[in-house]
Structures are given as C-alpha cells and as structure tokens.
Design a binder for this molecule. Sequence first.
Ligand SMILES: NC(=O)c1ccc[n+]([C@@H]2O[C@H](COP(=O)([O-])OP(=O)(O)OC[C@H]3O[C@@H](n4cnc5c(N)ncnc54)[C@H](OP(=O)(O)O)[C@@H]3O)[C@@H](O)[C@H]2O)c1
Length: 213
Amino acid sequence: MKLAIIGAGNVGGALGTAWAQKAGHEICFGVRDPKADKTQALLRAIGAKARAGMAAEAAAFADIIVLATPWPAAETAIRAMGSLKGKVILDATNPLTRGPDGISLEIGHSISAGEKVQGWAAGASVFKTLNSTGFGNMANPVFNGVKSVMFVAGDDAANKPKVIDLVGQLGFDVVDAGPLRNARLLEAHAMLWIDLALARGQGRDFAFAIVRR
Ligand SMILES: NC(=O)c1ccc[n+]([C@@H]2O[C@H](COP(=O)([O-])OP(=O)(O)OC[C@H]3O[C@@H](n4cnc5c(N)ncnc54)[C@H](OP(=O)(O)O)[C@@H]3O)[C@@H](O)[C@H]2O)c1
C-alpha cells in the first residue's frame, strides 16, 4: 500500500519505519524541506520503501495520509496538500498547549482536533488514531507479549476496517471507538498518557491495554 505521512518527526518517523519494515508499505513523507539532513537520514534508515516530497506531492502519492505535525502546524499542512477529495486521513495530532500548569489540551469539550481536521480537509474521511501513546510504543506496541491498545474513531464505516487493519499491522490491539466526535475522548486519553509520562514519573515506556473476560 502507498502511504503518505505528513511530518517526519518522532511520530512520522516511527510510523513510516514500522509500516515500511514490518508490513512492506511504500512511504512518502510530506515535509517542508525534503532535502533536510534529518529527513535524508530517516530515508536512509528506512531504505528503498521510503521517499520524501512536499506535502502536496506526498498527498498525491497515496490514498491514505497520516497527519503527524505539531498541532499549531496542522491547518497549514492540510491546506498545503491541495485537494483531499476521496482521501483517508489518520489524524495523530493532539491539540496541546503549554500553560501555567504545564501541558494541557487547548480544546476538547465541544470540539476536538480530529473534528477540526475534518473541517479543514474537505472531501476527505478523517479518523482519529495513533495519538494516544508515545512514539516509542508505535515502534513497539507489545509489552511482555501483551498488545497495547490503539483506538480508531471515525464516521466513514466503509473505510474503517481498512484503517483498523493498517493500525493493527503495527502490532496494536485496535479498538473501534465510535464516531469522529469521540476524538474528544481519545485526545483526553492521550493527555492522560502524556501527564503520566511527563509529570507522574511513569516515563515513556508504558502503555494502556484492554483486558477482557
Ligand atoms: N511525540 C509523541 O510521542 C506523540 C504521540 C502521539 C501523538 N503525537 C502528536 O503527533 C504530532 C507530531 O508529534 P512529534 O512528536 O512527531 O513532533 P515532531 O517530532 O516535532 O515532528 C513534527 C514534524 O512535523 C513537521 N512539520 C511541521 N510543520 C509542518 C508543515 N506545515 N508541513 C509538513 N510538516 C510539518 C516537522 O518538520 P520540521 O522539521 O520542518 O519542523 C516535523 O517533521 C503532534 O501533534 C503530537 O501531539 C505525538
């Protein structure tokens, strides 16, 4: 499968590496400077399955696009992709802001980043996923034989199984978390992981899992 990943930082790099190396997908990173040393180093590390271009080139390359930019850059990055009609977007962003009490969510009760992304990406189907655990866990989601959980929220029932399968190829236990408006819950869930990791001493090497009877 051809995948576009907008943003080649911690999250974009981890996802592109895992999908290319574990599942054999072709990756095109959409970045502001495809020739940048850090991007070239990432491409070398992944190998022949990866390339980089401007956001519009990456979006044209693939039907499935992962948004992995910082939240303040998300709208600009989406607009830079041009027409997104018929594309599937996996939104990994979290609408983080830094206030007197540290990092928190900028929005969340009445709108989410996922819903805002849908508003900017006319004609695309947006799914909220890959936002609620650290990038290190995206590279390796399995803890002592137990798959950590990753939720998928989105309104497009026809494309949801494809998204669930793609996220599952990373090694997650993927759970359908309902409609895109539930991005409000998934972004709060991400904020809990961030708070535990950065402010409660858990570090980055833990993840949430679902246990069942
Ligand atoms: N870090 C985590 O563990 C984690 C986990 C889950 C979700 N998230 C979310 O995932 C997103 C990315 O986080 P990250 O840690 O990967 O950030 P990061 O390491 O700072 O990487 C962000 C990437 O986005 C690129 N970028 C910035 N503006 C852009 C634009 N207009 N067009 C295209 N690319 C652009 C940056 O490129 P330049 O180098 O050119 O600036 C960089 O490659 C954030 O929204 C974050 O909240 C992060």
